[in-house]
Design a protein around this ligand. Sequence first.
Ligand code: SF4
Length: 348
Amino acid sequence: MRRKTREIFIGKVGIGGEHPITVQSMTNTNTKDIESTVRQILELEKQGCDIVRVAVPDREAAESIKKIKQRIGIPLIADIHFDYRLAIESIKNGVDGLRINPGNIGSKDKVKEVVSACKERQIPIRIGVNSGSIKKEILEKYNGVNENSMVYSALEHVKILEDLDYRNIKISLKATDVQLTVNAYKKVAEITEYPLHLGITEAGTPWNGTIKSSIGIGSLLLNGIGDTIRISLTGDPVEEVKVGKQILRTLGLLRDKIEIISCPTCGRTQIDLISLVNKVEKRIGNIQKPIKIAIMGCAVNGPGEAREADLGVAGGVGCALLFKKGEIIKKVEEDKLLDELVNEIEKL
Ligand code: SF4
């Protein structure tokens, strides 16, 4: 069962409470380069990104937010380190959320100024603890980098905001180590009701990062923990969104596309199943239907799986049986299988 969390809104997108789990990403363009940043965000939107974050390292980047916001459809978060003026400027320019750690802003007055600007426009703040940037004193107190020092670090930032009567908060506790990340999120989930933004930080290239993130984020989601996710990949952010959405689909938390079940093939396979599945995947990639199709190589497991799906294929010798809602509807020659299957999918 999903953990109960407080509800917050980044723009119009709800996080926590009963809201569906969202997928976020971060641009890797220079935020001052408005054209490239907008182009990338629109591409992320096309892939189903729910919320996007941009780096705001200086005043010019904060000013760009205004123009970027006018041309995109999804909520925008400003990622700020240390400089409270950039937070204020980003809020003035219409940003929907901030990623800033109040403990790193400086004097109480500066934090107060940021918080009152956030209060005025109902801008949530994400407190983001990274295993690599925990304060020395906390590391000493909790014996180095572990779930205790990560959670304590987050709670210290939370307290600063709560003392200013601000609870429009979400929390992330990211580490490069999967087990540590999972432990830290589990721990914080026991002691706070704030929504959690999940991620494995600096997870690596798309291949490694996808595996690391799927295991870490996937196991937390399976335990009902997590309200929004970001896959952190060294590559095109579009890949982050694709992976994030697929993790949600795999866990049954998102039903927007066709799910393909296919067998691994073996010595019994008598049709070119691998090529068939790849071609089907390409042809139906853009079809938005929450259905299940099973493409199986033979009659051993094939008919069983094929019957469970909305549409199914069980391969034979140079041909296959086509199933619809559990019933055999026709026998199709191998060379016509792809078209027949896609045709039936479109009819559903
Ligand atoms: Fe082999 Fe048939 Fe299983 Fe596919 S479904 S792996 S062909 S036994």
